[in-house]
Design a protein around this ligand. Sequence first.
Ligand code: NAP
Length: 472
Amino acid sequence: MEDPAPVRAPLRVAVIGAGPAGFYAAEALLKGREDVAVDLFDRLPTPYGLVRFGVAPDHQKLKSVTRLYERTLGDPRLRYLGNVEFGRHLTTADLARHYHAAVYAVGSPGDRRLGIPGEDLPGSLSATEFVAWYNGHPDYRDLEVPLDARTAVVIGVGNVAIDVTRVLAKSVDELRSTDAADHALAALARSTVEEIVIVGRRGPAEARFTTKELRELGELLNADVYVDERELVVPAASRRAIEGDVNAQKNLEVLEAFAQQAPRGKPRRVRLRFLLSPLELQGEGRVERVVLGRNRLVEREDSGLAAEPTGETETLEAQLVFRSVGYRGAPLPGVPFDERACVIPNAAGRVLEAGAPVPGAYVAGWIKRGPSGVIGTNKADAMETVAALLEDAQAGRLPQPSEPGAEAVLATLAAAGADPFTSAEWGRLDAAEIAAGAGQGRPRVKVVDRAEMLARGRAKPAREEEVTESPS
Ligand code: NAP
């Protein structure tokens, strides 16, 4: 009998979620250690998360970050397993059996609500679902977006609000050269929206959007932008609060320039309003009006400058409302969750339960820190998490999996009824989308149906088919 050879098993890590945070975590693992095997999972067949389904279609440059992620996908030490849902096909017990560690990088899939009467009337949507719809997310392709409205109100003054406004304000011809989903282009072509009102509950100095995004509103070919100078009055407390905040100061300059700008008679109007909170959405069978309450700013010891109602109200005729008040994290089965902050509790990426680290459990991205920052913010965030993981591996703090083989994972997935989509299959779907786009002068034409995604990824390349099908 042969002596058993000493096996130096690689460090096996599962990364749950193939958005930016998942990719940066995978990249840091591959760079941080030679003998590592990473399985990167996603609920959807396609990788890239919010880069594919969140970044606006007219911001293609931001999407070019996927070239870096492609390099990670191409590393032989990484295996992509799309179309696998954590909680359904894979549990924490499975992860413990097959991996030394897991990094949860699932983002914040939900949205925050306003909690006001009429919020569920037809015509009231969350910006996050509208974004997913125009970006071709398979779960939102059938969303009803009643674009037969004259006025749309967008609640919230963050970058998502600006994205939604731009998409509503642009002519469909401006969007035809993008990778916006075909169903969205068809619906937007019939849009009767003339005015988009963006509403902030605090003042212009407290707005969350970034100046670059704000400026783009002033460059719209199809819409004039309006700001009422009276709403741009910045109290001393606000001025003090934004000292040293270059973004907030530049925002004010841009807003002041907008207020001075004479309208050019463009077909649509974008109006920025401040110090107003939605109190109620009213209408018979669909949104017809938005009741807004005027606020003033008050200084609070714990939370800085807060909006306080003055008691004054105004009513806006509007047929479409998007609440754009932030994304929201959701709990994962078997993983600790902070219900208040809607994140997985952690210390520098180590998942905590009752204040103590859960061995082998890590978290990165929005589900670690909340839905803030830009794509690149996730890089440093994931690096911090992976540094903790590698440190724990080095110190012998990671639990030993009982079935560490790469094949054993596939058996677990098959037993759970999963049908994993591989990186080669994604590569074929990606190429097919890009080829379809080339004929139309677009970066790609997205496949939005899950079954079709799988079929395209698994279709034999045309040449191969010709060879097999040609008579001998
Ligand atoms: P966000 O930046 O957090 O903005 C949320 C907005 O909603 C804030 O104006 C907030 O006001 C307001 N809000 C919250 N609760 C409210 C309520 N009950 N009533 C009225 N207003 C309320 O969130 P986001 O726009 O969803 O963006 C998420 C992250 O993605 C951000 O970091 C953003 O920069 C990033 N992102 C970046 C880009 C880009 O780089 N182009 C594009 C899209 C998103 P308060 O400040 O008063 O709370």
